[in-house]
Design a protein around this ligand. Structure first.
Ligand SMILES: [Zn+2]
Length: 348
């Protein structure tokens, strides 16, 4: 968290028959929260179309389907609670549980959270760790990180392009001035006018003296474009650096909000550290270009945060909200691949 990659295409997902699954369920969300096994078993039936196998030997014959179903139910039950405890229930959310053994989760699109089975396996049964991971992804949405990133990146790109344009124009203008002062063309022969006292002595111009002008002293579009691309390539490095800095600020903010969200929903604050410790064990191929701060820094930041905030106060605040509200209902999303967690308006 976790990656906010919008680059992972939906087509890479192994689609679950979410619509068919949900349409045949008539689960009371309250029951779903208090008795996950019941929901799990009912969903198992829908997904596998076979009776639930309860013995280890029998369940082994359908381990994947059961694991998937369990994870969908688990993620919904935790996410619904975190959303409601933090008054994020004004809007509908979507969640996808992807059947790929990848240790990741990410926020993308509007109010869409994706979690992979691989990551869920690593925290299996740890509601608090899952609440932190989901809280982190909810925060990327609630704090508009995707929209801000897109805007900032567009602005930075525009600025760097403008800077490149200005630089190249200045280079051309400098050469034109130099050409006017020192060089001229006479009869197709390049010569330069060298001022010696009050005399002007004309000498041949050295080949390649002008990088962006042709022999007539006019800007050469091809040469200028070539130089412009070189400048932009250099600027790209600066752009990448700024992207990483912005990404790291946003990841830190998502950690902070994710922690507050999960604590307010009544989950054990230590779950955040358990989740982070798992993430710290995942190799990072190229840390210098990772938009996430190093895991050790993230853990230290969480430790600092725990000293600043009062968990009992947060828990009390969240508990009051949970008591006053009814569990959010769910439905199949029209995208066919995710579960809708309805807003409090849609849950009536
Ligand atoms: Zn993140």
């Amino acid at each position: 968290m976790i990656c906010r990659s919008a680059s992972i295409a939906l087509t890479t997902l192994l689609s679950l028959p979410v619509s068919g699954l949900i349409s045949q369920l008539s689960i009371n969300p309250v029951a779903a929260q208090t008795n996950r096994c019941t929901l799990l078993q009912q969903r198992c039936k829908e997904v596998t179309n076979i009776p639930i196998q309860t013995s280890p030997k029998k369940s082994k014959s359908r381990p994947l389907a059961q694991a998937q179903v369990k994870n969908w139910a688990w993620v919904y039950s935790v996410m619904e609670k975190v959303i409601r405890a933090n008054e994020l229930d004004e809007h509908t959310w979507r969640v996808r549980v992807v059947n790929q053994y990848i240790d990741n989760a990410f926020a993308s699109d509007v109010n869409l959270v994706t979690v992979y089975d691989g990551l869920l396996d690593k925290i299996n049964g740890d509601d608090a760790a899952l609440a932190f991971i989901i809280g982190h992804e909810l925060a990327h949405n609630s704090q508009r990180h995707l929209a801000v990133s897109a805007t900032v990146n567009a602005e930075v790109l525009q600025r760097l392009n403008n800077e490149a344009e200005t630089e190249i124009q200045k280079l051309v203008a400098d050469e034109q001035q130099k050409f006017q002062q020192q060089g001229e063309v006479r009869g197709g022969v390049e010569i330069a006018c060298v001022i010696l006292g009050s005399f002007c002595r004309k000498v041949p111009i050295q080949a390649g003296a002008y990088l962006y002008l042709n022999s007539q002293g006019q800007p050469d579009p091809n040469r200028i474009e070539q130089q412009k691309q070189q400048i932009i390539a250099q600027k790209q490095q600066e752009f990448n650096k700024q992207q990483i800095q912005l990404g790291r600020r946003q990841e830190s903010e998502a950690d902070e909000f994710g922690y507050l969200y999960m604590v307010k929903a009544g989950y054990d604050p230590k779950g955040a550290f358990r989740a982070m410790e798992i993430l710290a064990r995942i190799p990072v191929p190229n840390p210098s270009i990772d938009v996430h701060p190093p895991a050790t820094e993230r853990i230290e930041a969480l430790q600092t945060l725990t000293r600043k905030v009062s968990s009992p106060a947060l828990v009390a605040e969240g508990a009051a909200k949970l008591r006053k509200t009814k569990p959010l209902t769910y439905a199949a999303s029209s995208d066919g691949q995710s579960l809708l967690i309805n807003s409090r308006f849609g849950s009536k």
